[in-house]
Design a protein around this ligand. Sequence first.
Ligand SMILES: [Zn+2]
Length: 534
Amino acid sequence: MRVPAGGRRGLAAGLALAGVVAACLVPSALRAQEPGAAPPPTPAEAAGWLASTPPDSAFPWLERLAAGVGARLRVDTLALIPASGAAPAAIPVAFVAPPRGGAGDARPEDEDDGRLRVLVVGGQHGDERAGYEVALRLARDLAAGPLAPLRGALDVAVVPVLNPVGMRLGTRVDGAGTDLNRDHATLSSPAVRALWELHASWRPHVVLDLHEMGPSPYAAQIGIPTHPNADPDLVELARYRVLPYVVRRLAEANVRFHEYVAVHPDPAGPPVAEADTFVSLAPIAASNARNAFTLAGSLGLLLETASGGEIDGLRERSDRLHLMATAVLEVVAGLADELRAATGRGVQDDPSPLLALRARNAEDPDRPVLLWQRWNARGVAVPDTLAPWRPRVARLAALPVPAAWAIRPEAADLAALVARHGIRVQRLSAATRLRVGVYRDPRAPDARERTLEEGTWLVPADQPGQRLAFTLIEPGSADGWFGAAGPVTGHPAGHEPPVVRIGRPFPALPVAPADPVGDARAPGPGGPLPAETP
Ligand SMILES: [Zn+2]
């Protein structure tokens, strides 16, 4: 891909920083290595890549690894997923800790000590094995292998297989038929809920989501955030600082790369000729992991390796994805300060405070509409006329961000959905009359006097998950609770939805802390929500 001059300067700075970090960290990494201890092979490596790692082997293998490396690796259960006609499947999470000075210097995980936290997720799709294999390798290589120097700058949490039941069955979806990587707005699956619980408590700056993408003329593909409400500065950091370093590492290894893209990567550049198709059309919805985690304040990146068996085997797919993930870890370690500054910010720092309610890919009069190419069964790249790439994301409707949203007490499942995404929710402790924005037309709320009942849920906008809160709560949002992606409940057409906007500045209101997720678990009118998994 072409990178503008600013991007190249950014790349050079990123490379220099990564080099400095790596150089500084080598001594501590050498100290951390135990003499003579050879890191154990993964089950697939031990089988010479003639067999993949069974999904139920992740937990015992990580525990054996942890037993050999001590405090450098801690393994926990993220969730237990019920499986019909079979034992529940455990989803492990492995935390790779920073180098330790000695026994007893344990560091609380929530301490903000200037380190960059990276969450790696594999196996959302059960029929994509490479991400799972790579996640296990990354945990091992960081704890006791060649990536150990990166522990000087990074804390890494690895969830190697988010969909163990789907992997048992060999299906993309989980045992209930849910596509986990379309479930990050609705959180209908216990696995994705548990992942968001981890995200809320551990607050990673970067989330890497590992996938296979099917046969493609490109062996490697990276998706940076494409949702129109993603922080544009964060997207720019991903495209012009992170991506060029990774692309260079892939080029050195002769891996053909393209970006999974929804907008033109270089708006100031010359038009792209159709023959130069180097992008494929990425969804711009909030339902996938990279977009949802980015709206929640992290940088979400999708890393994909071409697959399909007819191209090559699991080892090659895994090696390419491992190279991509390693390159991302290297460059984000070198950009730790920039990423810490660019993540977890609200729109108050944004020069254009309007966020999109609805958007679509649109034609740009100055740019050609490209055809999405695909690789057919005879190994020929053919245009996929069903999915032309339109080079612009058009905002069909947009609104400014209010100071807060007020959700009626009976819409507890909306409040719980927001809280499950790690967004802080409060409750009004006394009825209050004030002027609010009501959504007779969800695209143009108008100001009215309303009495907010005691027990009204309040979601302050001024918090790191602000962009996600907007996208989930606004009744006009295509990606939210009321929109196409969410359950439209209790909101007959023509009636006011059970949410209003509170304008800026946020008035002083009598508030109390709230736990809508806990309230939703408790039996009450309408019955409890489905039980959480442990
Ligand atoms: Zn996938």
